[in-house]
Design a protein around this ligand. Structure first.
Ligand code: UDP
Ligand code: MG
Length: 136
């Protein structure tokens, strides 16, 4: 039986800039993910570096942090059955070139850097990432 989960989604600067927020939210809703909480924010580069700390040893880390802090983003808690995997499926592969048809990254991603959305990849990371943006 699949469990109800929460996961963190981010609509990245390239998609916010192109006014794709409502279209992307619509895709989540159509796929039975409920948007529990949402806010539009701008991260500092230090905050982006903290958020993406798991990638600190990667060659693309600095560029990734500069990019995520380059403009407004929309962060959301998505909730639903197997929400973590479901969101990853709906997003598509990291590189839009390899993403399945009708996934968000296939539809809207511009490149592996500007791939329009982020989604948590495990139960543990979902908890950490939700807590990062929605501490109460
Ligand atoms: N990324 C990149 N170059 C790469 C791999 C990843 O710019 O070669 C960026 C990309 O925007 C990706 C983010 O780093 O979304 C985090 O990478 P991850 O492997 O966690 O991909 P995701 O979980 O976002 O699919
Ligand atoms: Mg990831």
């Amino acid at each position: 039986m699949s469990e109800v989960e929460q996961t963190l989604s981010i609509i990245k600067p390239d998609a916010v800039e192109r006014n794709l927020v409502e279209q992307i939210k619509e895709i989540f809703i159509r796929n039975n993910l409920i948007i529990k909480n949402t806010k539009k924010i701008i991260l500092s580069k230090d905050e982006a570096a903290e958020f993406y700390k798991v990638h600190q040893s990667k060659p693309f880390y600095d560029r990734l942090c500069s990019y995520l802090s380059s403009g407004p983003i929309v962060v959301m808690i998505l909730e639903g059955k197997s929400a973590i995997l479901e969101n990853r499926r709906i997003m598509g592969a990291t590189d839009p070139k390899n993403a399945e048809p009708n996934t968000i990254r296939k539809l809207y991603g511009l490149s592996i850097d500007k791939n329009s959305v982020h989604g948590s990849d495990s139960v543990d990371n979902a908890k950490k990432e939700i807590n990062f943006f929605f501490k109460n």
